[in-house]
Design a protein around this ligand. Sequence first.
Ligand SMILES: *Cc1c(COP(=O)(O)O)cnc(C)c1O
Length: 453
Amino acid sequence: MSDRVKYVLEESRLPRTWYNIQADLPQPLPPVLHPGTKKPIGPDDLAPLFPEALIRQEVSLEREIEIPDPVRDIYRQWRPSPLFRARRLEKALQTPARIYYKWEGVSPAGSHKPNTAVPQAYYNREAGIRRIATETGAGQWGSSLAFAGALFGIDVTVYMVRVSYNQKPYRRALMETWGARCVASPSNETESGRAILAQRPDHPGSLGIAISEAVEVAAKSGDTKYALGSVLNHVLMHQTVAGIEAMEQMALAEDYPDVIVGCTGGGSNFAGIAFPFLGAQLRGGRKVRIVAVEPAACPSLTRGKYAYDFGDTSHLTPLIKMHTLGSTFTPPGFHAGGLRYHGMGPLVSHVQELGLIESKAYPQTACFSAGVQFAKTESLLPAPEANHAVRGAIDEALRCREEGVSRAILFNLCGHGHFDMQAYMDYLSGKLVDQDYNPQELAMALSGLPSVG
Ligand SMILES: *Cc1c(COP(=O)(O)O)cnc(C)c1O
């Protein structure tokens, strides 16, 4: 076995295609429904929101979808991203496990999100679109789309959840530096925002509300489309560029993962690392255990219901079958802003229903303690979201120690935490506490799920 700790691919090995798991699913995804008729929607229903190329990708059953050359040219700025063997962490844990991580913090925005922001901006520009409206929680997605928009000459408006807008000014500054307009949500710019503010002028905002605002703007104006940074099939597919590279890098390491771990907000970085391996398994290849890790305070996969629900609070989106906590659910405050969404991507939800993946939930202090241990041994400082994956991987490694078996564990280190130092300061000074969600609020949000015949 190789002694190397870093596995780098030549630029010429940058993948030429994304992997579409819909081609290999043993059962197809349930259809997306029109909220009025409750009948499956067609491409025309989505045309006000997305360019045709992305709508085609959303429903495609083709296994491989070509990555356009202009997108590959931009990917090359930081891709192929490195894969590391965590030897110092292994040693600290005294585990026989072989721990590998794919490092997506090397992108300009510092996370995996540019993997989809770049193609989304590209396809919009190809369709002649000049403006995109979107939402962001902590600012990872907003900054990624701002970066991609700047490259393709697209004006980006970002509705940013108000608490984060106030608490995380540096991500906002990054978006503005790249030329995006950033608006605190709920805002006075949309009917959805005004309706919420009328009820509660000091509303802290939520991702569901910010999505409503961005969707409303796109639906109402001819030259503006909408973009989403997670959840949707085409978004998860764009992220598979990481998993495809990781397959080749694991081969360089002369190893193959027994376990793959990823954190899940809407499921995109998790799907990105896991789906290429899961696809190989579905086509008769080696079986791999796949573990999704989510926050205990926003537990859509472990506590949510698999049901049709809206993607936003004002119920402007189509109905999607997914694991959901209910579109009105507001999680308690915790630092992994990117994991605060009420729903889970339909593809990730579907493969969990098929028994192809497992899921686990952790409170935030357990995740920060893993992140700090990781930073001390491997030196990289993970984003609070990524700490969930680190926690999951460390627990798998500790299990190997207890059982006295060596397994290969691969996880997606999906972003750095350089804009999240307040969270680390709170953790290090003992101020960070674990807040559970309110079970009554969850019950209420679930009781409000739309009925679908
Ligand atoms: C947005 C984000 C997430 C959550 O989104 P997924 O679609 O589940 O990947 C996780 N980690 C980081 C660093 C993020 O920016």
